[in-house]
Design a protein around this ligand. Structure first.
Ligand SMILES: Cc1cc2nc3c(=O)[nH]c(=O)nc-3n(C[C@H](O)[C@H](O)[C@H](O)COP(=O)(O)O)c2cc1C
Length: 399
């Protein structure tokens, strides 16, 4: 969502300026093109040089130092950007923006900004709660400036209250939501996509279970990538990993629960991506109390529902079914067999015998198999990139 976007990053004077350095770096890491402007007060907390070195671009502070005669700098940054991000937004600049002041580089550029504006206010709790600040917030919201709600927590003043600069992960997740809501004609708009993730847990007794090494990272990355392309995403996950707030998430534990949750959502879904590692078997009986130690123990297992196969028999011609094949040997031939047996439209085969890819790793190497095309290998790369490729395949398929 952030990749390839031009972001004008405005920094105003507050104690959280040092945290804005990290946010700016995160945006660059995610592929945004970032230009920074700061108020003189912001420069009291962290020097423009820090932002300049880390963004590798000059930082604008002074409205009248016009280095390039071919442009007016504060208008140029406003026109150049796809989005304006203000982090942190001080109570002072908030008030200025609400009243149309343009008395420094940042306020001048923001008054000249016709693009969507996203702001992260951060200040003392009393400043934030002050009715005049609240009125300014309302005014800006009415003018379609998106303002995050600050966190409630320990403030620089040594006490707890509302006004704290939020954690980076929350800012990124709300920024992604903001960017998506400002985009039109996303390819999966109006399409419901179900994604399953994680290794299911099959209970033996209240404190013991059997599971597998799947972390859920691949499935969660797929949910995010499908969402970025406009889909209404239902993530059915057995993984404890955090999920961005904009993804509708159903937490499950066992294969049986996953089966029920997926079937419940299946009828009006355009696609199901079964990235979960579903246990093939579950204990025949589940003890209601913690089992006591015995000399030896034999557990009997029964078969779990085969969710992918079940969906393959139920799906209509319009619905797309994507399965994963985690193998430790004969990857392609097992995956081809799975493609046939489960009536899937795409099988994503991955080798889980190596530690730098597959289960629990941040990276993966996979081979895509369909009924019609030659197998296509996506060499080792981040799971988010793999997810992006799979979602691109889905978009083409649905088209
Ligand atoms: C140590 C210190 C910390 C401050 N922290 C904040 C803050 O977190 N939020 C805020 O709105 N103002 C804070 N201020 C006050 C602003 O820096 C001040 O209102 C300044 O005029 C803001 O200028 P600007 O909006 O042009 O950047 C702080 C001031 C000092 C001295």
């Amino acid at each position: 969502m952030i990749k390839g976007k031009k972001i004008a990053f405005y920094v105003t004077g507050g104690i959280a300026v040092y945290k804005a350095v990290d946010l700016m770096r995160e945006l660059i890491k995610r592929g945004a093109e970032v230009r920074v402007a700061m108020t003189p007060s912001a420069g009291q907390f962290v020097t423009p040089l820090t932002f300049q070195v880390l963004s590798r671009r000059s930082v604008s502070v002074d409205t009248f130092s016009e280095e390039d005669p071919s442009v007016v700098n504060h208008i140029n940054i406003a026109d150049w950007a796809d989005y304006a991000v203000i982090a942190p937004l001080s109570a002072n600049t908030l008030a200025k923006l609400a009243n149309g002041l343009a008395d420094n580089f940042v306020t001048s550029a923001l008054l000249a900004t016709a693009k969507p504006i996203f702001a992260v206010p951060a200040m003392n709790a009393n400043m934030y709660r002050n009715p005049i600040t609240q009125e300014n917030i309302r005014k800006l919201a009415e003018r379609r400036v998106t303002l995050m709600k600050p966190d409630i927590g320990f403030l620089a003043e040594g006490y707890s209250g509302e006004g704290r600069y939020p954690e980076k992960e929350r800012i990124i997740s709300e920024l992604e939501l903001f960017i998506r809501s400002n985009q039109t004609e996303l390819p999966l708009e109006g399409e419901k996509v179900i994604v399953t993730a994680g290794g299911t847990r099959e209970r033996i007794d209240p404190v013991r279970y059997i599971t597998n090494d799947s972390s859920g990272k691949m499935g969660h990355a797929l949910a995010v990538e499908a969402w970025k392309q406009g889909a209404e995403v239902i993530l059915v996950t057995a993984s404890p990993l955090a999920v961005p707030s904009y993804i509708h998430t159903i937490r499950v534990e066992s294969a049986q629960q996953m089966h029920e949750a997926v079937l419940e959502e299946f009828n009006d879904a355009a696609a199901v991506i079964m990235a979960a590692a579903v246990s093939d078997y579950t204990p025949e009986t589940r003890e209601t109390q913690k089992m006591k130690k015995k000399e030896d123990l034999t557990l009997r297992f029964k078969k779990n529902p085969d969710i992918l196969k079940d969906l393959g028999t139920k799906k209509t011609a319009e619905q797309c079914l994507i399965g994963f094949a985690a193998e430790t040997e004969e990857l392609v031939s097992y995956a081809k067999q799975k493609l046939r047996d489960k009536h899937a439209d795409l099988i994503v085969a991955n080798d889980v015998s190596q530690s730098d890819r597959g289960f629990n790793s941040d990276q993966n190497e996979v081979t895509l198999l369909t009924k019609t095309d030659n197998p296509r290998t996506l060499t080792l790369r981040d799971k988010s990139e793999i997810a992006g490729e799979i979602i691109s395949w889905l978009i083409n398929y649905i088209d």
